[in-house]
Design a protein around this ligand. Sequence first.
Ligand code: PGA
Length: 256
Amino acid sequence: MRIVLCNSPEEAVSFTVNRIARLVARKPEAVLGLATGGTMEPVYTGLVAAHREGLSFAKATSFNLDEYVGLTPNHPQSYRYYMEQHLFGQVDMDPSRIFVPRGDLDPLEAAEAYESEIRSRGPMDLQLLGLGHNGHIGFNEPGSSLASRTRDKALTMSTREANARYFGPDETQPISALTMGIATIMDAKEILILAVGAAKAAAVRAVAEGPVTTMCPGSALQFHQNVTMVVDEDAGAGLVLKSYYREAETMHVDRD
Ligand code: PGA
């Protein structure tokens, strides 16, 4: 796993934006796996800025990681809506090549349809991931099978608490989500995982340096051959091999 230690959250975001923008510039028909959450908001701001400076997403395809079960695509707390606000509505993506799991349909059928769409259009050239405090990637909570595919996954109390801030007092917060599985994520050609802030430090350490275990779903990434984890100083604070990663990074050569 390549670990990129950045001096600030802004630097980590800018590394992430540049990686995605470079891929789309080099391969306009790229298939992108996209993520949501607070960490990704400035990433999409950066991609929208790149678009305004000439980067076109017109030929790209995108698949989002997850969606709340029970929410329609136009529900303000749905991830489809989030994506429309932060990216899709502000760049030139072709709506016929935008895919987000459907939380408002029968979960079993929607999950199968999503996997089959990924099979026919994938694999992802680049899968973008955030990281939960509990080590989840997508909504693959601790205990998730490392061989899992897109399915309806019950959310843990800690994930529901972390996301409660987005829901008003009168809104019902979903208790499960359709999420790509770990095996779906592992099919991507390249994975880019971004984590910032001290609250992510334990999860970052567990993903990069802990044992591979369902208790930390992100640790499965240790079995992928092309993963880059980008962290700011606070999120990377618990890493044991920090000075090694810094040194290795000075020798890194981009091959694309
Ligand atoms: P966050 O979510 O970016 O809002 O912290 C990340 C995640 O839970 O995957």
